[in-house]
Design a protein around this ligand. Structure first.
Ligand SMILES: Nc1ncnc2c1ncn2[C@@H]1O[C@H](COP(=O)(O)OP(=O)(O)OP(=O)(O)O)[C@@H](O)[C@H]1O
Length: 260
């Protein structure tokens, strides 16, 4: 990207916290079916940073993401996106916050089959009757390498290309934060690497903030930092992760799990 584009679009990432949880607790059910999915989690997600969330199955990764994104009500504590406290918002305000401040990427690409790639990318903004910033949109489309595929429908695109459309859609409204839940879970390793590369680039080049849930140590190594959860608690925090370092931490937890 040229320095001019960077200056025009103000892409230098502002320092600070894009989202944070404080004493965040989430309890499902009651009585015998009571499950404490999150047990007083306190964590910050830095603005302009790429954070991976890892942990064993059932450790609370998706619940944390859903609570942080206002998709699930919290039981106790606080969840903030920027300066906005989620627990104080009603459904309409939450919908608006998600539309304006949060981008989502899921394992399933969730594209509409009758729309072409560009229409899928701009759909959330069309629904919100907001106009996409054309310059930003072109930058996103160029960054995810879709310029030649914009008039293709999902069925005419590979899985990796479809997920890139989903990444572009998540970034199109220039959200405060992007939450990605196992974004490479349905992709072969090469397509997965492409998608991770674009998420990485959206952070490094475009100053976006990404929080990604993953089981894959290689995927996690694209992040700036890995937060580990176990039994609904933050158990570790690894900066500048390599696949080996992530695997090592995972082995450590497995060993602890077996002995405790
Ligand atoms: N809607 C729900 N109702 C009841 N219990 C739930 C609900 N959603 C999640 N749980 C429970 O909360 C705990 C955390 O689940 P969560 O899906 O957040 O874990 P996870 O780390 O994302 O797991 P996975 O890696 O398998 O997706 C689990 O014990 C799960 O069974």
């Amino acid at each position: 990207m040229s320095q001019n584009a960077t200056l025009t679009l103000g892409l230098k990432s502002p320092a600070g916290v894009a989202a944070c949880a404080t004493g965040l607790t989430k309890v499902y059910g009651e009585g015998e079916t009571r499950v404490v999915a999150l047990d007083s989690v306190t964590v910050e997600f830095g603005r302009g940073r790429f954070t991976a969330i890892m942990g064993p199955s059932g450790s609370g990764k998706s619940t944390l993401m859903h609570c942080m994104a206002g998709l699930d009500a919290i039981s106790e504590g606080s969840a903030r996106i920027g300066d906005t406290e989620l627990s104080g918002l009603n459904d309409r305000q939450l919908t608006r916050l998600r539309r304006e401040k949060i981008g989502f990427v899921f394992q399933a690409f969730n594209l509409l089959p009758t729309l072409d790639a560009l229409e899928n990318i701009t759909l959330p903004m069309d629904i919100a009757s907001s106009k996409p910033d054309q310059e930003w949109l072109e930058l996103i489309v160029g960054t995810v390498g879709l310029s030649q595929r914009l008039r293709h429908r999902p069925s005419q695109l590979s899985g990796g290309q479809q997920q890139r459309v989903a990444v572009a859609r998540a970034l199109a409204a220039r959200p405060e934060i992007v939450f990605a839940d196992e974004p490479t879970g349905n992709l072969d390793s090469r397509s997965g690497a492409e998608v991770l590369g674009f998420l990485r680039e959206s952070v490094r080049e475009l100053g976006q903030t990404v929080v990604m849930v993953t089981h894959d140590p290689v995927a996690a190594s694209y992040a700036d930092r890995v937060v580990f959860l176990a039994d609904g608690r933050v158990t570790d925090d690894l900066p500048a992760p390599t696949p080996e370092a992530v695997l090592d931490r995972m082995r450590h937890f497995d060993a602890k799990g077996r002995t405790s």
